[in-house]
Design a protein around this ligand. Sequence first.
Ligand code: SF4
Ligand code: SF4
Length: 296
Amino acid sequence: MTAGIVFNLQRYSLHDGPGIRTTVFLKGCPARCWWCHNPESQTHTPETAWSQNRCISCDACLLACHEGLKPRDACRTCGACAEACPTGARELLGKVTTADEVLQSILKDRMFFEDSGGGVTFSGGEPLCQPAFLKELLLACRAQGIHTAVDTAALCPSETLLDLAPLVDLFLFDLKCADETLHQKGTGLGNRRILENLEQLGRVHRNIWLRIPVIPGFNDTEEEMAALAEHAARAAGVRQVWLLPYHGTWSAKPARLGKKPPAEALAAQAPAPQTMELFARFFAARGLDTQIGGGA
Ligand code: SF4
Ligand code: SF4
């Protein structure tokens, strides 16, 4: 059995596909989008976090640490400090686990899936960064008759995506920007492979929901939205498009990891409802079933 790294398992998710879902967050992502809601997902290994506002300076973590480290020091992520912390100020983000262990946790929610037409969503990070582990999870869910969704930015070789595609009931495909230079600037990566992956996936999979975050100062222009709508309309297999307005509720997270929030985030404002409606019309005009979602 392949070991994988999971940093969260969220029950009763209502925005990650149809029905009530359990969302499993796999660690690791090659991109560095400044608006990333889950900055703790980006590194590929477990890490420790510390929230100053929860810390009562009891020193239980210091006493528990075999290395004698302070809360923010680099560590070997054994998790002893997080276990000892009485307030949750010290956390271990990312746990090495197996598909069977994750499945047992998912199965506790089966009743909700059956009543609501829900299932499990594998998210991240970029879940396709752990393809062997993800494949085991998908096979295990299929054997149990559980509906699966994979939330991906397709940051992987096409072969990986196409190998997993037959095991996935629904793809939530994150598409961020059509212009390559802009994409590189906002995420740290070019988008050529992503666009190719969308086209290739669309040829073999008939249930793709595109999720497009609308990010101020990045892709919130008519030119970008028109270009994204062209890509969406060209890709066979796209059933729905979700436009997700930016919101900054994640912006306290970088401090937990000892990082500053990105400069762009300090200035960013959520797009106005009229702007979202205008952008939605670009997609609807190309015959795409378009929704405005809860947020990105
Ligand atoms: S154990 Fe938790 S609350 Fe106590 S000093 Fe460490 S981080 Fe702060
Ligand atoms: S691709 Fe997703 S998980 Fe990766 S950095 Fe961007 S927003 Fe975060």
